[in-house]
Design a protein around this ligand. Structure first.
Ligand code: RP5
Length: 169
């Protein structure tokens, strides 16, 4: 049974949304992934979001662009956490998506990540699930430790080479 529901408004969101799925794969978290448009197919969307709890979904990751109502409507219909990913847009640079997703009315929160921030959405979903999964929590701690040692290695290189030679060889 999938623990996370990934949903996006269009296949034009897929390359960004895939980054959330890749993170879940990395942590061994099961998910279902769908393209469902809240505006173009409202009845199907309603059915999907309403049925998510019964299907065993614990967190929804929803990405959309422009007048991005999909994450907010997921939060209206699904009783557990919803993470929203605003898509970059050519006309308004994704501010349209960001404001649509982040400016939710009181009582219906959407945990909104950065424009295009699908990787963080995946990590946040993992952290939410880790609250009741000690093995997953251990994997998240390892992940953080690995990130820290990567930065440490970069600083060690900077100290050794200096900034002028940092990028060379
Ligand atoms: C939204 O409209 C989608 O989430 C997408 O980001 C945007 C554009 O969709 P397409 O016109 O490319 O299908 O519903």
């Amino acid at each position: 049974m999938a623990q996370v529901g990934i949903v996006m408004g269009s296949d034009s969101d897929l390359s960004v949304m895939s980054k959330a799925a890749e993170v879940l794969d990395e942590f061994g978290i099961s998910y279902e992934m769908h393209i469902i448009s809240a505006h173009r197919e409202p009845d199907l969307f309603f059915q999907w979001a309403k049925g998510a709890e019964e299907r065993g979904i614990k967190v929804i990751i929803a990405g959309a662009g422009m007048a991005a109502h999909l994450p907010g409507m997921c939060a209206a219909l699904f009783p557990m956490p919803v993470i929203g990913i605003p898509m970059h847009t050519t006309s308004l640079g994704g501010r349209d998506s960001l404001y649509s997703i982040v400016q939710m009315p009181s009582g219906i929160p959407v945990a909104t990540v950065a424009i295009g921030g699908a990787k963080n959405a995946g990590i946040l979903a993992a952290k939410i699930l880790a609250v009741s999964d000690p093995d997953l929590l251990a994997r998240l701690k390892e992940y953080s430790a690995k990130m820290a040692s990567e930065v440490e290695a970069k600083d060690a290189r900077l100290q050794e080479k200096g900034f002028k030679n940092y990028k060379k060889d």
